[in-house]
Design a protein around this ligand. Sequence first.
Ligand SMILES: [Zn+2]
Length: 91
Amino acid sequence: MPPALVNVQAVYDDSNVPCTIERYFHCARCLSELREGRDERGQPITPISARDYSRTQIGITPRGWQVWCARHDCNITTITLRPKAQPKGGR
Ligand SMILES: [Zn+2]
């Protein structure tokens, strides 16, 4: 399978790039702990938003992207890119 074609643009100046995220990825275990008010060791968690509690890492994989929970060291989701369709006729 040929590698997925993707154009990744690293933008470090965030002043002109608004957040257009409509839905977020969260770790199910983190959300469960927030609901229960206790972390995985049973220690109480101060009420906090999922955004502030999460410790997610997002990175590029050989086939797309992966969202990883650093707190629980587990996969949240993978986003796999399909190879770009080649035009008929071999071009
Ligand atoms: Zn987690």
